[in-house]
Design a protein around this ligand. Sequence first.
Ligand SMILES: *Cc1c(COP(=O)(O)O)cnc(C)c1O
Length: 219
Amino acid sequence: MSIVDNLQIISSSLPKHVSLVAVSKTKPISDIQEAYDAGQRIFGENKIQEMVEKHEVLPKDIEWHMIGHLQRNKVKYMAPFVDLIHGIDSLKTLKEINKQALKHHRNINCLLQVKIAQEETKFGLETNEIESILSNSAFNELKNITITGLMGMASFTDDSSQVSKEFQSLKIIFDKLKTHHSSLTTISMGMSGDYKLAIEAGSNMIRVGSSIFGERNYL
Ligand SMILES: *Cc1c(COP(=O)(O)O)cnc(C)c1O
C-alpha cells in the first residue's frame, strides 16, 4: 500500500474532532512531500535537528510538531517555526521554550506529557506535578507559551484493556484540569497500534507514523 492510500484510509476513518499528526521521523523528504501532496499538513518529528532540516526544504504551510523528548539546548533551533511541542515534562523546559519564543516574538503552544503507562521507561509527569506547574507563579510569568493540552503514551502491550485504561486515565486528568485551565483543548494520545482505543477514550489528536509511512529503519 502506498503512503497516499494509507493516509486516505486513516483520515477518512477519523471522527471530525480528531486531528492527525503524520509522524515522519527517519523518513525522507520525498515521503513527506507525497503525503503533503495528498493533503496532509501536520507532521511530527522527534529530533529537533531533523525537523529543522526538513522544515527548510518543504512547503511553509506545514505545521511542525515536536513529539520527542526535548534537549533544552536545541530548543532555539525550532523556536522560529514549531507549531506544537508535545512532550514537555518540566517547568525548566517551559522556561527555555518561553525564552526562545520571546526572541522570535512568537507564542509557542505546548502539551505537558503525563505518565500514564505502567512501564518505567516512559517519560512524563504525575498529576500532582502538573497541578504544581500550572499553579506556579513562575509559570504564570511565561507569556510566550500556552499550555494547550496534555500528551500521553500507553504501555507497549497487546493487552488492549490495559491500554484503554491508561488512555481513560489521561482523559480523566484532562477533564479535571480543564475546569480550572480553559487553555487546555488538546489530548494527544494514540499511535499506529492503539489510536482507535485512544479515540474511544477521548483523544482528539493522534500521532501516527508506521501505519502511514511503513516501518522505520533505524540503521
Ligand atoms: C514514533 C512516535 C509515534 C508514532 O509511532 P507509530 O507507532 O509509528 O505510529 C507517536 N508518538 C511518539 C511520541 C513517537 O515517538
